[in-house]
Design a binder for this molecule. Structure first.
Ligand code: GLA
Length: 333
C-alpha cells in the first residue's frame, strides 16, 4: 500500500480557524509518503526524518505518552481510528519538519489513510484534528487537516471554519508561491498557541462570536491584550475575503498588500511573529518581483509565504498547488 499526504502553506488567514473564521491555505507538492502492509495487531512505522520507531498495539489508550515524541501523532490517529488490524511500514517525507508547512497534519492524514478505511475528507480531517489534540496536546483548529484532506489541484481552498464550506480558488499560472524558512525552529508552540486561543475565547465572552463581530465592537474591549487579539481576528477575516477576490481578479498588487497587512497584524496585534520572521518578511517584500509576504501557520518561527512573479530569485521552496491526500490509485471523497 502506498499513501501520500501533502503539506500545506497558508496564503492568508492565520489564527482565525479556531473561532470559526476564514482561511485560505493551499496543499503543496511537498509531503509525507507511507509504504507498507496491513496486518497483525500492531502499528510499526519507521521514518527517514526522525529517530526511533513508532510502535504500538492497535488499541492505544494514552497517545500523549507515546515515545519517541513524533510517535504521538501516529498514536493519536491510532487511538481515534481503532483500526481492526495493524500496519508495518516506512514513512518518507519531503517536508521540512516544524517549519509551519503542516508536517504534523500531513503525517496524521497519511497514517489515517494507511491504517483506516475512512475516506470522507471532512470526517478524516476531524479525526486527525482530534488526534493532534490527544497526541500532541496542541488545541489546533481544523484548517491544516481539512486542506490536506480536501484540497483541489491547482487551487487554494477558501474555508469557512464555522460552516466548513469550502471553495476552491484557482491559483493562476502567472503568479508563483514560495516558502522561505526564517532559520528559527518553532518554539513555545503548545503553550503560546493555547494562550492565544484563550485570549480569543475571552474576547468572545465579551462581544460574542468573533466571526460576526465588527471592528468598532472589538475596539471597545477594555483589556488591551484581549482587544488586540480580537482586532487581529476580525481584520484578518476581512483580509481573507479581499485576498480571494484580488487573486480571482488577477490583482496581485492588492493581494500582496493584504499579505503584508496580515503580517503586521500577526506581529503587532496577535504577537506570534519573531524578529527573524519580521526581518525575513521585510527583506522579501523589498525583493524585485515580490508582491507580498507574510508569516504562515502558527508563527513563533518557521516559514514565510511569498507571492511573486514566476522566476523571481528566492532562496526557498517554489510550491505548486497540489491535490489532497490519497491512497495510490484512488482519490478521497
Ligand atoms: C496551526 C494550527 C491551525 C491554525 C494555525 C494558525 O497551524 O494547526 O489550526 O490555527 O496554526 O492559523
Amino acid at each position: 500500500m502506498r499513501v501520500f499526504a501533502p503539506g500545506r502553506v497558508n496564503l492568508i488567514g492565520d489564527h482565525t480557524d479556531y473561532t470559526g473564521g476564514l482561511v485560505l491555505p493551499m496543499a503543496i507538492d511537498l509531503g509525507t509518503t507511507i509504504r507498507g502492509d496491513r496486518g497483525g495487531g500492531r502499528v510499526v512505522l519507521r521514518s527517514d526524518a526522525c529517530e526511533g520507531v513508532a510502535e504500538m498495539p492497535i488499541a492505544v489508550s494514552d497517545p500523549a505518552s507515546a515515545l519517541p515524541e513524533w510517535a504521538r501523532y501516529v498514536a493519536g490517529v491510532v487511538a481515534e481510528l481503532c483500526p481492526r488490524q495493524g500496519f508495518v511500514g516506512e514513512i518518507t517525507t519531503t517536508l521540512p519538519l516544524g517549519a509551519g508547512l503542516s508536517s504534523s497534519a500531513s503525517l496524521e492524514l497519511a497514517v489515517a489513510l494507511a491504517i483506516g478505511d475512512e475516506r470522507d475528507p471532512l470526517r478524516l480531517a476531524r479525526l486527525c484534528q482530534r488526534a493532534e489534540h490527544r497526541g500532541a496536546g496542541v488545541p489546533c483548529g481544523i484548517m491544516d487537516q481539512l486542506v490536506v484532506a480536501a484540497a483541489v489541484e491547482g487551487h487554494g481552498l477558501l474555508i469557512d471554519c464555522h460552516s466548513l464550506e469550502r471553495r476552491a480558488v484557482k491559483i493562476p499560472d502567472d503568479v508563483a508561491i514560495y516558502a522561505v524558512h526564517c532559520g528559527e525552529e518553532r518554539r513555545l508552540m503548545g503553550s503560546a498557541y493555547a494562550d492565544r486561543r484563550a485570549d480569543c475565547a475571552a474576547a468572545e465572552t465579551l462581544v460574542g462570536p468573533l466571526r460576526e463581530a465588527g471592528i468598532d465592537q472589538v475596539e471597545r474591549i477594555a483589556d488591551e491584550r484581549v482587544r488586540l487579539r480580537a482586532r487581529h481576528v476580525v481584520s484578518e477575516n476581512d483580509r481573507v475575503r479581499s485576498f480571494a477576490t484580488a487573486i480571482a481578479q488577477g490583482d496581485y498588487g492588492r493581494a500582496g498588500a493584504l499579505m503584508r497587512e496580515s503580517h503586521r497584524s500577526l506581529r503587532d496585534d496577535f504577537e506570534v511573529t519573531t524578529t527573524a520572521l519580521d526581518q525575513l518578511v521585510d527583506r522579501l517584500c523589498a525583493t524585485p518581483g515580490v508582491f507580498g509576504a507574510r508569516m504562515t501557520g502558527a508563527g513563533f518561527g518557521g516559514c514565510a509565504v511569498v507571492l511573486a512573479t514566476p522566476r523571481t530569485e528566492i532562496e526557498g521552496w517554489r510550491l505548486r498547488p497540489s491535490a489532497a491526500a490519497r491512497v495510490a490509485g484512488k482519490s478521497l471523497g
